[in-house]
Design a protein around this ligand. Sequence first.
Ligand SMILES: Nc1ncnc2c1ncn2[C@@H]1O[C@H](COP(=O)(O)OP(=O)(O)OP(=O)(O)O)[C@@H](O)[C@H]1O
Ligand SMILES: Nc1ccn([C@@H]2O[C@H](COP(=O)(O)O)[C@@H](O)[C@H]2O)c(=O)n1
Length: 424
Amino acid sequence: MAKRMLSRWGQWYSRVFAVECDHSTDPLYFALSKTPQERHYDERQAFYEKLFEGAKCYSVHVCTDDRFQRALLYEALKNNVIPRLPTGCSVLDAFSFHPDVSNSLFRGFFIKDATNLPETAPILGELVKNSGMSVCTYVREENSQRWWQHLLSEAEDGSAAATEKYYVVPSEIPHRHPSTLNIMGNDVFYNFEDAYKVMEQCKDIIPVSEELLKLVGPNLTQKKEGRFPVIVIEGLDATGKTTLTHSLTTTLDATLLRSPPTCLSPWRPCFDSEPALLRRAFYALGNYITASQIAAASRHSPVIVDRYWHSTAAYAIATATSGKVGNLPSPGSEVYRWPCDLLRPDLVLLLTVSPEERLRRLSVRGVEKTREEAELEANHLFRNKVEQAYKRVEDPACVVVDANPPPDQVLQQVLLLIKDKCHL
Ligand SMILES: Nc1ncnc2c1ncn2[C@@H]1O[C@H](COP(=O)(O)OP(=O)(O)OP(=O)(O)O)[C@@H](O)[C@H]1O
Ligand SMILES: Nc1ccn([C@@H]2O[C@H](COP(=O)(O)O)[C@@H](O)[C@H]2O)c(=O)n1
């Protein structure tokens, strides 16, 4: 068993680790070394103090290359294992990755057990039996000020034993925040086939996926043949999308569509409570269904669309990126590119309102919200990240509209933009 572990984690020591202490500062980064580091003694001690805080520490990472298994295992770890830890433990988000290498991220948790409770080690030790998890403990070297990371595996008697050990050495802040490394293909899908594949894998655990797959079919056609313009209205909740899309539809004698399309509404609550990979595949496929509706409708009238690809990408990127707005992938990054096979609208308008006005509108309305929307309300930082991500999506990029004025003024402003950009 130990031998199998060694070959599985052959590259373990070349990874970098990050522990997210709070969301306003950079994570603590460390690498592993087979030999002790002699230089920078004081810096290292200060780093160890911050990382370990004198507690008994553990880390668990979900380490499998299969994105579907990875999503399910992470959710199981978060929802079924972490809550069983004694209340004295503090649990921080943790990452293991190759700096700036896309798709190299393993997510997990760093656990600090300040009072070294007897229940903690057995709960985490059990996880070594799972081939998709890596469990480590952190141990101070005797008679020295250095720390080891012990990588655990299952011993002959079924217990967890250290098979490999490496020195923990502070590491530099990488260019890309580790939380953003797996966005492409895990949080955002850039073609129909990729999202479709995820939905096919869902069939065993979410029976409605089968019905959804039948509805989309493997070759959804969505080529725009119509001559009428397609205008997408985007924005955070309560920025006035519904109000504007209705008034625009009446004024322009247009067809009103939305993404996700109405035919997916019954399944939405089910996918909203699934891990990100599955939830995002659902919204991605929703865009392709809406695209086929746009293709048909734009032969007969202008088309107004309430949310589309910008929403799918912006929420997914903002949710995946932990910490500061500055941790978002930089403008121009490939994560913001439009999917190669998704119908492009003629104009995308992003409605923006001040935080105060948005909260005022939300409180007036008081309707039920998705979990993510509820989080938005409490979380200014997340809202800023979504808005920034919206503004970075490219080809087509969105045109920002100040939606603070009363509805008729917003409508007039938007009609002028449409006249200017869409030659209506
Ligand atoms: N320009 C405006 N000025 C003042 N109030 C507005 C304006 N536009 C919309 N409202 C009001 O704000 C609330 C939210 O508007 P609306 O439902 O159109 O937003 P939304 O972006 O569609 O929200 P969601 O995405 O959450 O469905 C409603 O009560 C609406 O009457
Ligand atoms: N094209 C879309 C539309 C929506 N989403 C997700 O839904 C939530 C917001 O939608 P509301 O209907 O509640 O306004 C938000 O959590 C988005 O993630 C999407 O991904 N793609």
